[in-house]
Design a binder for this molecule. Structure first.
Ligand code: ATP
Ligand code: MG
Length: 593
């Protein structure tokens, strides 16, 4: 597969800066107003923070000089007011930041889900759903903070840093100069450590995606797993995945911790420096005690920007890794694109395969030079051993895959010339295992198409013999089905799938008959439903039962990827030398199952 999401991270993976900017712009532009508000709140917050030590300095100096009690009282009140407003602003800032972040990342999640829904089956075959969940939700969550706060926090902290340095220089130019040099040096060191953890973090997230992919797969296969005693093996593999995740997480975390450590050491050094400077200046009588307090308070305020810039850098590492993976996912393109032509007419559609060859991987083809024609309104009985490629053949008609060679035609037109949606709308499929969703009966039948009126649904259900079943439902069409249709029998599920096809009224019906046996009564219901479904439509039936085969006008037997035999059913049935004749004699069930 050309596109592989699990490619090892390059030695120093870094999303180019313009990508980060483009991604930010794409999701923040629609929220311009809120982003501006967030900026304003941030600056208000910084201004208020810078004002507070000034008030305390006045208080200390007035108190030491035994000044009037009134001004002390006023300074205290002012301090309280500023502190309160500051808190209010901080709360508002957090709220707006979260709001912006969630709005942006939800839009991104939706875009990714949409993108994945439209990617080829070839892509989904190589990914477990768990892995995609981790990609769509985990990675995007890691980006949330980046969206809501990164730029504002880094910009805000830079302004706060500059503000502190200006305030220090205003008090004493020597202190200001020394602190400027020191702070710039600190920032330089932190910026250099920016990429320490990206590669390790990418690996950590990949290990986590694998763990969830594994869990999802095993939970989905719980029935078979239990029945076959695969529990111990599953636990073992689970431990292995967990251990891998743990090791990668620890490694990445330790690398990220180094950056924190660097920041702490730097900060302690800076604090020692300013206290020594302040003490020396005070002893020389150059500054008041209040000003020494001011120095230490401002330098204390440096800790936050330094820490937060560091933290943001760390986040940037996580975000870079996630962004890399999100971008990667975005850049996987659908290979199956819409054709230039317009849709198909209503009514029965002819089918033609012309020398079609197809394989899932690079190995031997599953379908190897198959040709056949089916006139509109005819029914094809498709036979062959299990694994002979019957289901695969129908997937080519739906363009879930494109053939490697040859042409598939529907209604006389190359399926690659049709819009994919229109093509799939013209074909109704009942697959071997019917997928039912955790939704109402109505939504399961219309597949969420609200334009289909209820009375039509009910009419079709009754027509197909599901009237009794419908009446037994507690809330009628509003009854919620369980995920996977666990509350339904195989026969009922099949009949519901028929109903779906009826409601869409396609020109071609593909019936991939379940090979499991049904009870006699259900089988009769299904036989009747098949008759109704095929009336006025072209049909392809992958049959496992003699009863179904008798409906076919033509027969195609697949063997080893090739059309081993084909022709009119009646003629083949009466030709003692034909495979079909042999099949009929020995019984389909024995030979084909
Ligand atoms: P059955 O009667 O059991 O339904 P079938 O004739 O429908 O069998 P297909 O499902 O078309 O057989 O499978 C044909 C071959 O292609 C099998 O060997 C199968 O392993 C392989 N195959 C099917 N689906 C895929 C897939 N998504 N990826 C890779 N190989 C696949
Ligand atoms: Mg099949």
């Amino acid at each position: 597969m050309a596109h592989n999401l699990t490619i090892a991270a390059p030695a120093r993976p870094q999303v180019p800066l313009q990508h980060q900017r483009a991604l930010l712009a794409r999701y923040l532009k629609p929220q311009r107003g809120k982003v501006a508000l967030l900026g304003a709140l941030l600056f208000a917050n910084i201004g208020l923070q810078l004002a507070r030590p000034l008030i305390v300095r006045t208080f200390i100096d007035v108190a030491l000089a035994q000044g009037p009690l009134d001004s002390l009282f006023n300074a205290g009140l002012l301090f309280l007011a500023v502190a309160l407003v500051n808190q209010g602003v901080a709360v508002a800032e957090t709220y707006v930041a979260e709001d912006v972040g969630w709005t942006a990342t939800n839009a991104m999640r939706a875009d990714l889900v949409f993108h994945c829904l439209h990617l080829d089956m070839g892509f989904h075959n190589t990914r477990t759903p768990g892995e995609l969940i981790e990609r769509i939700d985990g990675d995007v969550t890691a980006l949330a903070n980046f969206f809501s706060r990164f730029v504002l926090l880094v910009a805000g902290n830079a302004v706060l840093l500059a503000g502190v340095l200006v305030m220090l220089a205003r008090e004493d130019w020597r202190v200001g100069a020394v602190m400027t040099v020191v702070a710039l040096g600190a920032l330089w060191v932190l910026a250099r450590s920016r990429n320490i953890g990206v590669a390790a973090t990418t690996e950590e997230r990949q290990a986590s995606a694998k763990l969830f992919g594994f869990l999802e797969e095993r939970l989905a296969g719980l029935d078979d797993l239990r029945a076959n005693g695969g529990g111990a093996h599953t636990m073992r593999r689970y431990y292995e995945y967990m251990r891998d995740f743990f090791h990668k997480w620890r490694h990445a975390w330790m690398l990220r911790a180094i950056i924190i450590l660097i920041a702490v050491v730097l900060f302690v050094a800076i604090f020692i420096l300013v206290l020594s400077l302040g003490a020396a200046l005070y002893q020389a009588g150059a500054v008041s005690l209040g000003t020494v307090y001011l120095f230490s308070a401002y330098v204390g305020m440096l800790q936050r920007p330094l820490n937060q810039i560091t933290e943001q850098m760390q986040d940037l590492q996580k975000a870079s890794a996630s962004m890399l993976r999100v971008e990667e996912l975005y850049h996987i393109e659908r290979q199956i694109q819409d054709g230039p032509g317009d849709g198909l007419p209503r009514g029965a559609l002819a089918v033609e395969f012309a020398d079609v060859t197809f394989g899932y991987g690079d190995e031997t083809p599953i379908i190897d030079g198959v040709s056949f024609r089916l006139a509109s309104g005819e029914v094809l009985g498709l036979l062959g051993r299990t694994g002979s490629g019957k289901t695969t053949l129908t997937r080519l008609l739906l363009r879930l895959y494109d053939p490697a060679a040859g042409i598939v035609r529907l209604g006389g037109r190359d399926v690659r010339d049709l819009p994919v949606e229109a093509l799939r709308r013209a074909i109704g499929v009942v697959t071997q295992d019917v997928q039912l969703f955790r939704a109402t009966v109505r939504d399961n039948l219309t597949l969420f198409d609200a334009t289909i009126p209820d009375d039509r649904i009910v009419a079709v259900l009754r027509d197909l013999g599901l009237g009794g079943w419908l009446d037994s439902l507690p809330d009628g069409l509003d009854t919620e089905l369980e995920a996977g249709g666990r509350s339904l029998s195989a026969g009922e599920a099949q009949l519901l799938a028929f109903t779906r096809v009826f409601l869409r009224d396609p020109g071609l019906v593909i019936l991939d008959e379940a090979s499991s046996r049904l009870d006699r009564a259900t089988e009769q219901l299904i036989e009747r439903a098949v008759d109704k479904l095929l009336a006025g439509r072209t049909g392809i039936i992958i049959a496992h039962r003699l009863g179904t085969v008798e409906r076919a006008d033509r027969i195609l037997i697949l063997d080893g990827g090739q059309a081993a035999e084909q022709g009119e059913r009646a003629r083949l049935a009466h030709d003692p030398g034909s495979r079909f004749h042999h099949l009929l004699r020995t019984g389909l069930e024995e030979v084909l199952a």
